[in-house]
Design a protein around this ligand. Structure first.
Ligand code: UT7
Length: 333
């Protein structure tokens, strides 16, 4: 066996240990559906029955980096690690404050992270946190031994790219950041899949520079909801089954399933399709709406705060988003 073949053979046995999770919400407070009724032709009844969302948060003066910093500080403090021990800092986001520099680089300065560690943002839309974990796991292998920890965030301010006259989108999303501190571990099995495919790039997108060049406004989310719904209820069970098959496990062996929190009805469809127990699937979207890449770490944070996560439990996280992108992981708490 070559060294490369040996490394590849060993790699699946290198897991991820979660040392701490943290979160941050806009300080302006929760925005109930009744407020959205004042902006567009909608109703609390429609939003709750079609999505399950009751409230969400929007930043007033706050920026994405402020949310990211607060979430990272909480996760690092709970993990009991110091900034100089961070070897990798990745922020999943599609709503950075600036196109450049990245939120990760801005965090480096604000948190005092080492200057010669790896820091960058990645954009895999709502699947971004899972892409981030998988990327961090690979980068940690080559991190300096004195910096064995990765800080991985999902940090989003979708309110900055919402058309608040479009009832099809503006009632769905909310701002939030959430973070996790992880390290490589042979005791905490971890496996992940990530994928992407583009059938139609206009199904779900946030306009940008090319749009502006062609006279359309940049920075606005557009979505064909039903198409995305159909994709979601197909890819989530498929991804969960793929992860279970690789781990040689059944769904009954899993303690919690954490889906990207976009719509209650998507999760109910998945539960039904997989003949699963509804209580296995954690849901907190009623409080936050769809927070894109922040939704999965925000769910892990809430579960941890509620005392639902016990050492050794198996958790499947599964996300999907614009691209389309998707990802799923089996992690061990
Ligand atoms: O993280 C990104 C991933 N995104 C998603 O996962 C979103 C996936 N899609 C969905 O969650 C659902 O498709 C939506 C919640 C976006 C929409 O629900 P739906 O049941 O698929 O509604 P629809 O698009 O089929 O629209 C049904 C009706 C339409 O009216 P007409 O044409 O039947 O008269 C819409 O105009 O509901 C109307 N509608 C609304 N009515 C009141 C759409 N949005 C609203 C609204 N309030 N906010």
């Amino acid at each position: 066996m070559t060294k490369l073949e040996m490394l590849r053979a060993e790699w699946p046995h290198i897991g991820l240990k979660f040392l701490g999770v943290g979160h941050a919400l806009p300080s302006a407070g929760a925005v109930p559906n009744t407020y959205m009724e004042r902006l567009v032709d909608t109703s609390d009844e429609w939003i709750v029955s079609r999505t399950g969302i009751k409230e969400r948060y929007f930043c007033a003066e706050q920026t994405n980096i402020e949310l990211a910093q607060a979430a990272a500080e909480e996760a690092m403090s709970r993990a009991g690690i110091k900034p100089e021990q961070v070897g990798v800092c990745l922020v999943a986001t599609f709503t950075p404050d600036r196109m450049s520099p990245s939120l990760a680089c801005m965090l480096q300065e604000r948190l005092g992270l080492p200057q010669d560690s790896v820091m960058f943002d990645l954009n895999a839309a709502c699947a971004g946190f899972l892409y981030g974990l998988q990327t961090a796991r690979q980068l940690l292998l080559t991190a300096e031994p004195t910096r064995p920890y990765a800080l991985v965030l999902g940090s989003e301010t979708p309110s900055r790219v919402m058309d608040f006259t479009d009832r099809n989108t503006c009632v769905l999303f909310g701002d939030a950041a959430a973070a996790a501190v992880v390290e490589l571990s042979e005791e905490k099995p971890y496996l992940a899949i990530c994928g992407s495919r583009t059938d139609n790039e206009n199904m779900l997108y946030c306009s940008g520079l090319a749009d502006q060049q062609q006279g359309r406004p940049g920075g606005v989310v557009h979505m064909q909801g039903q198409e995305v719904f159909r994709f979601a209820v197909d890819i989530i069970p498929h991804s969960i089954e793929q992860v279970l098959a690789r781990a040689n496990l059944q769904l009954a062996d899993i303690d919690h399933v954490v889906c990207h929190q976009a719509n209650n009805r998507i999760i109910s469809h998945v539960v039904k399709k997989m003949h699963a127990a509804p209580e296995q699937f954690f849901i907190n979207l009623q409080h936050y709406g769809n927070t894109s890449s922040a939704s999965i770490p925000l769910a892990l944070n809430d579960m941890w705060e509620q005392g639902l996560l016990k050492p050794g439990q198996r958790i499947i996280c599964v996300g999907f988003g614009a691209g389309f992108t998707w990802g799923a992981c089996l992690l061990t708490w």
